[in-house]
Write a protein that binds this ligand. Sequence first.
Ligand SMILES: Cc1cc2nc3c(=O)[nH]c(=O)nc-3n(C[C@H](O)[C@H](O)[C@H](O)COP(=O)(O)OP(=O)(O)OC[C@H]3O[C@@H](n4cnc5c(N)ncnc54)[C@H](O)[C@@H]3O)c2cc1C
Ligand code: FES
Length: 326
Amino acid sequence: MYKILKKQKIGQGIYELRIEAKHIVKYAKPGNFIILRKNETGERAPFTIANLDNKSITILFNVVGKTTADLAKLKKGDSIKDVAGPLGNPSEIGEFGTVCIVSGGTGCASAYLLSKALKEKRNKVINILGAKSKDQIIWEDKFSNISDRLIVCTDDGSKGMHCLVTKPLEKLLKKQYFNRVIAIGPPVMMKEVARLTYQRARTFVHLAPIMVDGIGMCGGCRVKVGNETKFACVDGPEFDAHEVDFDSIIYRNSRYFDEEQESHEKHHGSCITKAATKKKTPVKQKSKKTISKKKAANKKDIASRKKKKTINKKPVKKKTARKTKK
Ligand SMILES: Cc1cc2nc3c(=O)[nH]c(=O)nc-3n(C[C@H](O)[C@H](O)[C@H](O)COP(=O)(O)OP(=O)(O)OC[C@H]3O[C@@H](n4cnc5c(N)ncnc54)[C@H](O)[C@@H]3O)c2cc1C
Ligand code: FES
């Protein structure tokens, strides 16, 4: 069991959880993630290691479904059943020069430790942080302590620049040279960063597709990079942005939209209602629903693969039939 040393709400629907995990701390580096299971029946959920000290790791998460809603209910002193990690490859930390780190939403969780490590290597670090609104900006004070320049953007203009994170990046790219750009956030944002920096700056992105085992066995996290199939959990999560096929990632994510929407409405909505009504939904029933969401996703994948195979086979069959007639 892994003890919760601190739990804090740090923004609208965003929580910070410090978990005692000495064995992970020993090997963890910026860019690594963990997979946790809250209890015996819980789903495996991956989270970036957002911060570290000598005995604990910190994760930051947004309440989007069942697991994150359950994690948000934990208190200091409670425990988590399993925490596996550190997983994934650490990010490359070198003396690059000027590095611009663009992050949005919970992507900012990965950006902090990375920025800190790059700063310690005497890089000039420029952070562009994005959030929907001012109460969803993550760790602004912490970033301002380590950044050479911090630019905050919000979608609704409630704080900082009223724009997407790509706008200040576009402006900066016209004025200065970056030795490296790193983007962490939604695939659409990372795709746009890759387009803006193409032939201008070496750019890396952190991919976070659906992961199940996190050790390269299930194939759930496959992504196309440089025309090759890679597994984000063992080959990534950091990849060369100009090699990533973002469209296939965006397409795969969109296929789970209905199931995710259902889960989001159920658990995000229920969080607010529960706080007011203190009404409980049976845990067993909820896990079954979430599991069936992933089964549905797998069925979609299998069905589309079968369809592809059938389409490929058709012309071959026709040819043989014609030959036999002759
Ligand atoms: C390497 C990696 C690092 C991540 N780091 C963070 C982080 O630091 N903070 C954070 O808030 N979120 C992070 N995520 C996403 C996080 O894992 C999901 O938000 C979480 O699993 C949602 O579970 P749920 O049951 O609450 O929601 P669900 O209803 O199950 O899903 C809601 C959303 O979470 C995504 N998701 C669900 N299950 C998984 C899964 N097994 N793997 C990846 N995505 C999933 C779905 O695509 C969907 O967009 C990370 C994902 C990966 C792959
Ligand atoms: S999560 Fe299973 S192969 Fe990556």
